[in-house]
Design a protein around this ligand. Structure first.
Ligand code: PMP
Length: 360
């Protein structure tokens, strides 16, 4: 069996022990005579899966009791609309921080629903840094402030969470949720597509403070009203059952490894290896300002597009897959989420060093 080191930004690597467990349970789940994919979402066995998944996530992130966990569909992109539809209920105003392509999409979508202001942006420097934010920049009347905590394409990351005072903070955490410990109480709402640190694509996780539920407009579709999913324990309709099962296995794996404190240690160690390799190199550079660098997505470039192309091709031949940067920025990008083993990062770092020697 040959598995590669897959540096894809998402869908991305899943932990091997999780895949093995899923394989072991695939055909006959807990003696039911069927797979999880074939189980009714109302069955006792599935009820246990979804309850355990929620409890494990609550334990990992120490989610306070006044927050609901919702398992929904539509990806983070659906949340770009769902958030304003549910939260713009007082002033109809919201403040957004523009830190990259995904923030821009969130802003564009939210503008369909209310008075959206961009309070800070790093677009002036190609989104290579996280703008400085202070409480006085935010409108105290806004219904919420929105940030993208990790910018998957540009490789930047909020190392400190802004203080928005009494205005609820909403965060798209698609590409860094579960990568380190988090104080959930600083947020009104957190959302994330599953396909990076949670499980396979098709599941979206929303963590929302109870007092932000129940304010959707009358015209909000039932399926997009947080109340619908909150009142039904995410079982209003058929949820992505297999995705929830896989997420549960990933959460169990995280817990067994020592939880998010241990994950943070590993992620820092892994990212440092790549950043150090870039710093020591005379061929590769990072476009991102040092204090804004992501631990999950590391973009880098060589001295020319041709060398970038041969790097990507030769890396693939060496079992280091999907290192091409996003089509909007080019170059290379190594996405090293929780499931990327240390060995994968070490293999990439030595490949970079070897490649540099050859191309001097
Ligand atoms: N936000 C961020 C930060 C992302 O990285 C992505 C996907 N790469 C999205 C939103 C869009 O997510 P989805 O494909 O789940 O809609």
């Amino acid at each position: 069996m040959k598995r590669v080191y897959n540096f894809s930004a998402g869908p991305s690597m899943l932990p091997l022990p999780v895949l093995e467990k899923a394989q072991e349970e695939l055909i006959n789940y807990k003696n039911s005579g069927m797979s999880v994919m074939e189980l009714s979402h109302r069955s006792g066995l599935f009820t246990n899966i979804i309850m355990e998944a929620e409890q494990l996530l609550r334990d990992l992130l120490s989610i306070p009791n006044e927050y609901k966990v919702l398992f929904v569909q539509g990806g983070a992109s659906q949340q770009f609309a769902t958030v304003p539809m549910n939260l713009l209920h007082n002033s109809g105003k919201a403040d957004y921080v523009n830190t990259g392509s995904w923030s821009k999409k969130a802003i564009k979508e939210a503008k369909k629903f209310g008075d959206i202001r961009v309070v800070a942006s790093s677009e002036d420097k190609n989104f290579t840094y996280i703008p400085a934010l202070s409480k006085d920049m935010f409108d105290p009347e806004a219904d919420y402030v929105h940030i993208t905590t990790n910018n998957t394409i540009e490789g930047t990351y909020f190392s400190t969470i802004p203080d928005t005072g009494d205005v609820p903070l909403v965060a798209d955490m698609s590409s860094n949720i579960l990568s380190e410990e988090l104080d959930v109480s600083k947020f009104g709402l957190i959302y994330a597509g599953a396909q990076k640190n949670i499980g396979p694509a098709g599941l979206t996780v929303v963590i929302v403070r109870e007092n932000l539920i129940g304010h959707a407009s009358d015209t909000c579709p039932t399926m997009l009203d947080y109340k619908t999913h909150s009142n039904s324990g995410s079982l209003y309709n058929t949820p992505p059952t297999y995705g929830i099962y896989m997420a549960k296995l990933v959460f169990e794996w995280l817990k067994k490894l020592g939880g998010l404190k241990e994950m943070a240690r590993r992620n820092q160690q892994k990212a440092k290896i790549i950043y150090d390799t870039i710093e020591e190199s005379s061929l590769f550079t990072s476009p991102v300002q040092k204090n804004s660098r992501s631990l999950m997505n590391i973009p880098f470039i060589s001295s020319s597009a041709e060398i970038d192309a041969s790097f990507i091709e030769e890396a693939q031949a060496a079992g280091l897959e999907t290192l091409k940067g996003h089509r909007s920025v080019g170059g290379m990008r190594a996405s090293i989420y929780n499931a990327m083993p240390l060995e994968g990062v070490e293999a990439l770092a030595s490949f970079m060093k070897e490649f540099e020697k050859k191309h001097k």
